[in-house]
Design a protein around this ligand. Structure first.
Ligand SMILES: Cc1ncc(COP(=O)(O)O)c(C=O)c1O
Length: 383
């Protein structure tokens, strides 16, 4: 920072303090534009806007996480040290593994991008027609390879047989998002397990389980036991969803240690971690009460949306997540998104060629109520 900027900052601070000390100053300060040195910042959605477009859990962070955050933030001068090992150890022990099986990243996205780039060194990524491919796309963005896609089943599910049949020598990694985003559909656990065992003999298998803790039977739906049994499987998890910590950026990958070591060469490591996020993650990892509360609110929201869309003559896919994929029939999903935005309800628009499907996240109940209230009006307007 230049000396003149430092001087300007100092003079600005003195002037600001003097102005604020007088009553006139207070009135003027209320109407003045924010100084570039003290920009006004908003950390959540604007008041009055229902943010139902990013699959967050607005009930988080948990009270224990908030307390830990404050404590760790006060120690923000120091680089991450013990806390990363502590969290890796907690996660590993919970699953009967040792810490070498776990790597932490900035959200699960950090780890998922590393997995994609690692796969790109030796081949392509195979995925279903529609999945959360934001991180897999790194393979194309970095011109390392491509995402090969298999068609969906008739009921919008992931066709595991078609995926298995499509694994050839060109495929380095198979990616399955389960439950899937944006459909919300969960694969039958025994079928997913058989698929992972078979497929991982031909290529690496990456199970993205970002929404696992939201399902009715998280343990049965997880592929983590396959890692313990020695299969070449990577499981991605995150603190962004049920833990309500999307802005705190903590996620993790579980995989055999040699695969963890390979992925760590592509951008995962201590430099992507933050002390406050780690503290919050440690405090909430086994907070069953908070997770039960979140699950119950999300279920309540799904019931509200389910009833509203039924009353409007629409249908949605069965979801075990904090979002629903609604079949709009003849209505264009982008027009629907724009019309909902006019009612201050933010939802997602079109995904790929799914031009008449609309994803809505389960936010706070009052926000979901705004969606429910706007729905008949928007449908009338677009009819
Ligand atoms: C299926 C899936 N995986 C991973 C992520 C990435 O989340 P994060 O990087 O916050 O862990 C998301 C985000 O929406 C997601 O839907």
């Amino acid at each position: 920072m230049s000396v003149s900027l430092n001087r300007r900052m100092f003079l600005g601070a003195v002037a600001g303090a003097a102005t604020l000390a007088s009553g006139v100053g207070l009135a003027r300060a209320a109407t003045a534009k924010p100084s570039p040195l003290r920009p006004s910042v908003r950390y959540g959605p604007p008041p009055g806007v229902a943010r139902l477009n990013a699959n967050e859990n607005p009930y988080g962070p948990s009270p224990a996480a908030l307390k830990a955050l404050a404590e760790a933030s006060a120690q923000g001068a120091y680089y991450v040290d013990d806390s990363a090992l502590k969290l890796r150890t907690m996660i590993a022990e919970y699953h009967g593994l040792s810490p070498e099986y776990v790597t932490l990243s900035s959200g699960s996205s950090g780890g998922l991008v590393a997995a994609a780039v690692m796969a790109g060194q030796s081949g392509n990524i195979l995925g279903p027609d529609l999945f959360w491919d934001t991180t897999a796309r790194a393979i194309e963005q970095q011109a390392l390879g491509e995402i090969v896609r298999t068609p969906k089943t008739a009921d919008m599910g992931i066709d595991l047989d078609a995926m298995y049949a499509a694994i050839d020598d060109g495929i380095a990694m198979v990616q399955v998002t389960n439950p899937n985003n944006p459909t919300g559909l969960l694969l039958e656990p025994a079928r997913m397990r058989d698929f992972c065992i078979k497929a991982s003999k031909k290529a690496l298998v990456l199970a993205d389980e970002a929404y696992n803790e939201l399902t009715e039977m998280p343990e049965q739906n997880s592929m983590i036991p396959l890692v313990r049994q020695g299969h070449r499987v990577i499981v991605a998890r995150t603190f962004s969803k049920i833990y309500g910590m999307a802005g705190l950026r903590v996620g993790y990958l579980i995989a055999p240690p040699d695969i963890i070591a390979s992925m760590e060469r592509y951008g995962i490591g201590w430099y992507g971690l933050n002390q406050a996020g780690l503290a919050a993650a440690i405090a909430s990892y086994e907070d069953r009460a908070f997770m039960d509360m979140s699950r119950a609110r999300i279920r309540e929201a799904r019931d509200m949306v389910g009833e509203a869309i039924k009353a409007s003559g629409l249908t949605a896919l069965p979801s075990q997540t904090n979002f629903m994929f609604v079949d709009l029939g003849t209505i264009d999903a982008e027009a629907f998104r724009a019309a909902m935005a006019e009612h201050k309800v933010m939802i997602r628009g079109i995904y790929r060629d799914y031009t008449h499907w609309s994803r809505v996240s389960m936010g706070r109940l009052e926000d979901v109520q705004m969606y429910v209230d706007a729905l008949p009006r928007v449908l009338d307007a677009l009819a």
